[in-house]
Design a protein around this ligand. Sequence first.
Ligand SMILES: *Cc1c(COP(=O)(O)O)cnc(C)c1O
Length: 398
Amino acid sequence: MSTLQAERLQFMRRRLEALRSRRLYRQLSVIPDGAQPWITVDGRRLLNLSSNNYLGLATHPAVKAAAAAAETLGCGAGSSRLIAGTFPLHQALEARLASFKQAEGALLFNSGYTANLGIIPALVGPGDLVLSDELNHASLIDGCRLSRAEYRVYLHCDVASLEQELSSAVRENHRGRRLVVTDSVFSMDGDVAPLRAIADLCGAYGAMLLVDEAHSTGCLGPGGRGLVAELGLEREVTVSMSTLSKALGSFGAFVTGSSLVMEYLVNVCRSFIFSTALPPPVVAASLAALDVLEREPELVERLQDNGAFFRQGLQALGFNTLRSETHIVPVLVGDSARALQMAEALRQEGIFVVAIRPPTVPLGSARIRASVMATHTRADLEFAREAFERVGKREGLI
Ligand SMILES: *Cc1c(COP(=O)(O)O)cnc(C)c1O
């Protein structure tokens, strides 16, 4: 690097140094079999409690076989959806997703991140108001920022706090549109939004409602249809967003809602319009994943049972699992350095978990995030519980 260039980029070194000294530095680990229940890290076999491949569909034989669509349709779609990138396969998957979610329509996106980044600015803009749970996923927060609507945060899963924000908007004679955005299952806490009460408030205050079902589609509700379906709130939710990349095992995302909302998004949502369509093998894999889900709904049940078994095991040992009620089980540690140490100690014991630190979670609430898969056996989870017990005692957490 030239001296001039090195000087220009000095800010990067300073920023990285600051992250290191606060124990917030991050590094990629290379894992050749990262979606499997057991993985290989630095040559060692570890139990994988860090994958969002919750149902094991990423490596399911029928889903892998479907990716052979590349043979006939190619590896890439070659253009965006509104140009030449809508294959019959895209249309078939959207029809299938709409019926899966019992919605009038569905629309594919290239990732959950870009879906949220596009949808929120399509729904609200300057002069409007967006209300967001304080623990919402970063993609929702970024979508709110990009919208340039007035952004207010309500306390986590706190219906009274949301109502306060809505009623103060009414008192202030706020004239714009209103939008409430929330995760359904919170990704770092494993708890569940009080969606019925939130939907009621949206009804009472004339607000639109966007629900992010990234961690509930395939995991909760009848046949894995998600929390909105479990509560029968399809008609009250303006847009429901789900990923195809987590429980459904491949890649991409989709939204469901009324035909009007879908038609509107096709016309105005920039992250839908200005991006190449999902590759055919990915779309075919998602269709196959839905087939498997329909044929083997017991996968969802096994995920929930595994979640309950693991969570209750840790709770009985005295760990603080926050308000988790799902397959995502956090173990609160507090301090970032200590969380890193705990994750390392667990790896030594054969468990792959990651320390989740700020800014992903609030300051002082660093934690170990563990998530189970339907493809973990009881023996796997008992092995994990024993490792957590040894490490927790050694680290003084229990
Ligand atoms: C993972 C996740 C996303 C992003 O989805 P990708 O398809 O991985 O981009 C969005 N929202 C939530 C809550 C998530 O957990």
